[in-house]
Design a protein around this ligand. Structure first.
Ligand SMILES: [Zn+2]
Length: 434
């Protein structure tokens, strides 16, 4: 008797994406990509096919579209009406708001991010940080965008470079690192686990090295596996160099809220020009068309392309219609397109641009190739965070967080990238073409 063959082949959870142009290093490569919704990871294609005879559940023809790793935003204060710094009386509302935000954010192509809290009173950190730590453990694609840990921007900042940060909450660390523990909560600054993995909800701290007690705290922060970023600072070139030697690895929104480049005192920007052999930092750039002139972005990129990271610094009004919005501190802010200002002033208050808009701007303003443009929101931020094996790459074993992008170049030379599909942990979670 022949063995009964089930008409239904067992499902493998494997998808083969074919006909796309994959972002790999500095090239666009025409290759297939095999992913698994069971592990949520990218498979080693030849192995899947030849060694395990895996037959994919589905084969999707990308018809020449760009296949990119999901975007990472390391400075994102909120969006779609939700603000990480606003603490409701009932924290279940906070959790609900964050879950909704994650589902909306993922549709824009940002598959992971650092929820960012600008300078606040200690109570805000004590309440919020427990919800903002890395959220990907459950690996549930339907939860949307994933937190890679919190970014605390302040409150140890220079009062003369505060930007829109509230001067009243800025602090010094007179007692060194223990003042940081008191401010953020010691449970939010724990040392890494024995295997080196991060054990703290905080992934990045932006502070000014010249503020009392901060320079001395940099080695401890770095040893806890937390990225130290220089920002909102009066630091000179010499002070910035010393901070990098002490363990700082990042500059927060280069040029904004810091000393400008002067030919006799290059300020922080000068460290991007360091001689070869010396470690140069990563640096965030807001390419929303408002914070920086396009040429400034171009100069910044050319100074050190490997460290260039696009960030949005977006506020809760991103994704909302134009209008006037109340802010936590009683201020009212005006949103017009991607511009956000304090009512009655020209003071820029973060941004309202999405990351894909910043990416398209950057592509238009520089001679960077498409892989270089995409790298600034994928592999470069992932490497800065020490997550280059899991995120921001299409290499096997990385998380299958993917975007299908349409690259449009019109006759007048204008270029635009559009997010067509978003995949999270090997599952399609958003399709703008449907
Ligand atoms: Zn800032």
């Amino acid at each position: 008797m022949p063995m009964a063959v089930s008409p239904e082949r067992p499902r493998t959870g494997v998808t083969r994406l074919t006909g796309g142009r994959l972002v790999k290093g500095d090239k666009l490569v025409e290759e297939d990509l095999w992913i698994s919704s069971v592990t949520g990871k990218i498979l080693l294609s030849q192995e899947a096919f030849y060694e395990y005879y895996v037959i994919p559940d589905q084969v999707i023809d990308l018809k020449g579209k760009i296949l990119s790793p999901g975007f990472i935003d390391v400075q994102f204060n909120g969006g779609f009406g939700f603000d990480f710094s606003t603490i409701p009386d009932d924290m279940t509302e906070y959790r609900k708001g964050m879950r909704l935000l994650n589902k909306q954010l993922v549709s824009t192509g940002v598959t992971s991010y650092l929820p960012t809290i600008p300078s606040q009173k200690p109570e805000v950190y004590h309440h919020a940080l427990q919800y903002l730590g890395p959220s990907g453990h459950a690996r549930n694609p339907h939860e949307g965008s994933e937190s890679l840990g919190a970014h605390c921007e302040g409150p140890f900042l220079s009062p003369t470079k505060n930007g829109i940060h509230n001067l009243e909450v800025l602090q010094e660390a007179t007692h060194g690192f223990s003042d940081l523990e008191a401010c953020y909560g010691p449970e939010n600054l724990l040392p890494p686990n024995a295997d080196g993995t991060r054990n703290s909800p905080i992934t990045m701290i932006t502070a000014a090295p010249e503020v009392t007690g901060i320079f001395e705290s940099i080695p401890t922060i770095a040893k806890r596996g937390i990225c130290f970023a220089l920002g909102h600072t009066e630091a000179t070139y010499e002070e910035a160099t010393a901070a990098l030697d002490a363990g700082a690895t990042m500059i927060t929104h280069l040029f904004n809220a810091m000393r400008p480049l002067h030919h006799r005192n290059p300020g922080i920007f000068g460290v991007l020009g360091e001689a070869e052999g010396k470690e140069r930092p990563y640096y965030g750039v807001i390419a929303d068309g408002i914070h920086l002139h396009p040429t400034t972005v171009k100069i910044a990129f050319n100074a050190h392309p490997e460290g260039f990271i696009l960030v949005t610094d977006a506020m809760k009004t991103v994704g909302l219609p134009d209008g006037i919005y109340d802010w936590t501190n009683g201020d009212r802010w005006v949103k017009k397109g991607s511009r956000l200002t304090r009512e009655g002033t020209d003071k820029i208050a973060g941004s309202c641009a999405t990351l894909i808009e910043c990416v398209s701007n950057f592509w238009n303003w520089t001679h960077a190739s498409l892989p270089e443009v995409i790298r600034s929101v994928t592999s470069t931020p992932a490497t800065m965070l020490g997550m280059e094996k899991e995120k921001g790459t299409l290499k096997p074993e990385a998380d299958a967080d993917l975007l299908i992008l349409d690259a449009i170049e019109s006759a007048d030379g204008k270029k635009e990238l559009k997010v067509e599909q978003v995949w999270k942990f090997g599952v399609k979670v958003y399709d703008h073409t449907e």
